[in-house]
Design a protein. Structure first.
Length: 496
């Protein structure tokens, strides 16, 4: 008597090896709760429960009923499944996310005046059940989800402020405010990521905090207005992220990320690991003695002191290393009041930019020396006012790689560029000096930044795909008890 089914079952029990593969279909999905439909999984081992039935008298054989328990090594399947849920949650809320970007586009507000934007963000947080703090640094909104006692806090940032460009067709006719730097897309991305994280349920499986931050005033602008806010005690620093650092908000943040628009790049593209220049702003006031324009020997010409200062700065340009990318671009904002009066007052305003802090400090010292020399040469005096600018942006390499890997799910690797340096500056640089941070830039935008031609051309990519990449990156950081977040945090070196 042979018993082939019994011996087969025995063999299956003993052999812990790949015994086959099967696609996951709608009919067998229940067996693979963490898998995705359409995915082929290997059956790495099979345990069977065998019940040998008595022989029917007329048959020279036995039969067995075999119950298969598939032990499948799903590997990344769990991760992919969660990301599928995140992406699905974002797709299911696409109208809300696009509406967010478009509402803010149509209601542009300048820095520290983003009141309507702030209200919109608060409403979205309320819809998502995200508790928030508002009126932080005047208009900032901070929404936090997850375990309040968790020791890892990942922050997704969107900037709220517009720039001023009256020529732009979308500009507010009264204030000139317009989203010609694409910050409206950032708020949509931050809200989109919140939809993905909250609605997918990933927080049920991860012990962490996730902060969604709508931050005011990234653009270094309207310095007189902000000066008044400082004098009134409403803020201490000129920009939103600087103010939040000052207020201690970032003390509780371990990793921060945001996306910025890339100018003149209508197609979906990704630019990773770029740096920005840091800067210090200076206002130098020269004081001389007024006299009749026809009798300069009776006066001290403050304008000449300013001109000599600019010549001194220019002479120093040969001393700057190319790699430090020092840029000094002064203007004379006051060069006298009347043509037949020797100017007793002149004012230079300038930014001193550089790729690293040491280079900026060195260049600032040279500008100060040039000002003192110009004043001394003319017998004038000078007062140098320093305004804290932004630190250079230094993007975390490990975090960048995770973001890029997630982006590659949506765009080809030939659409990714690395280490393209930005000539401008951002207060995300200040954040990157104190914790691991990234600010990749993406295409989908046309026209130059801050110009009348700037526009979003690919809403699907900049509002929705970017939200998905952000949210999936967050998930990679917080999965497995925040293993990758902890690694990035432990390897971070503070900027000196
Ligand atoms: Zn800008
Ligand atoms: Zn910007």
């Amino acid at each position: 008597m042979k018993c082939w089914c019994g011996s087969m079952a025995e063999q299956l029990i003993c052999n812990q090896q790949v015994v086959g593969s099967t696609p996951i279909t709608s009919s067998n999905m229940g067996a693979f709760p963490s898998g995705q439909r359409g995915q082929t999984v290997n059956l790495l081992s099979v345990t069977s429960v065998v019940r040998i039935h008595p022989l029917p008298p007329e048959k020279d054989d036995c039969y067995a009923v075999v119950f298969f328990l598939y032990l499948v090594d799903l590997g990344d399947t769990e991760v992919n499944f969660m990301k599928e849920r995140i992406i699905e949650a974002i797709d299911n809320n696409r109208d809300a996310i696009i509406s967010c970007g478009e509402y803010i586009l149509n209601n542009p507000e300048l820095g520290f005046k983003e009141f309507k934007t702030s209200e919109y963000v608060k409403n979205e947080f309320t819809k998502l059940g995200i508790p928030y703090r508002d009126n932080v640094a005047i208009t900032g909104v901070i929404g936090v989800v997850g375990d309040p006692n968790a020791d890892i806090n990942v922050c997704v940032i969107g900037e709220m402020d517009a720039i001023k460009c009256f020529e732009h067709p979308n500009a507010d006719p009264i204030t000139g405010a317009v989203h010609a730097c694409g910050h409206n897309a950032q708020i949509a991305q931050m809200i989109g990521a919140a939809y993905g994280i909250v609605k997918s349920g990933v927080l049920n499986e991860c012990s962490c905090k996730i902060t969604f931050l709508a931050v005011p005033a990234e653009e270094f602008a309207e310095l007189d207005y902000r000066g008044h806010l400082i004098n009134d005690g409403k803020i201490t620093y000129m920009s939103g992220k600087q103010e939040l650092i000052h207020l201690g908000f970032f003390d509780d943040v371990d990793i921060a990320m945001m996306i910025h628009a890339q100018a003149l790049t209508p197609a979906p593209r990704l630019f990773m690991n770029g740096s920005s220049l840091g800067f210090e702003a200076k206002k130098i006031t020269f004081t001389g003695v007024s006299a009749h324009g026809s009798e300069p020997w009776n006066g001290v010409n403050a304008l000449d002191a300013a001109v000599m200062t600019i010549n001194g700065i220019n002479a120093n340009r040969t001393t700057f290393k190319d790699s430090d990318r020092v840029r000094i671009h002064p203007i004379i904002s006051n060069g006298g009041d009347l043509v037949n009066v020797i100017p007793n007052k002149a004012v230079i305003e300038t930014f001193v930019r550089g790729a690293n802090t040491a280079a900026i400090v060195d260049a600032c010292n040279k500008v100060d020396n040039a000002a003192k020399a110009g004043a001394l040469a003319m017998g004038a005096s000078c007062e140098i006012e320093n305004i804290k600018g932004y630190a250079p942006l230094m993007q975390d390499v490990t975090l960048s790689k995770i973001f890029e890997d997630n982006a590659l799910e949506f765009i080809g690797s030939d659409k990714v560029e690395h280490f393209m340096d930005m000539t401008g500056s951002t207060d995300m640089g200040d954040v990157s000096a104190i914790l691991p941070a990234i600010q990749p830039t993406i295409g989908g935008f046309d026209g130059a930044l801050h110009s009348k031609d700037f526009t979003i051309v690919d809403k699907e990519f900049v509002y929705l795909t970017a939200s998905k990449i952000l949210a999936c990156t967050v998930y990679d950081l917080i999965k497995d008890n925040c293993a990758i977040a902890r690694k990035i945090k432990s390897e971070f070196k503070h900027e000196k």
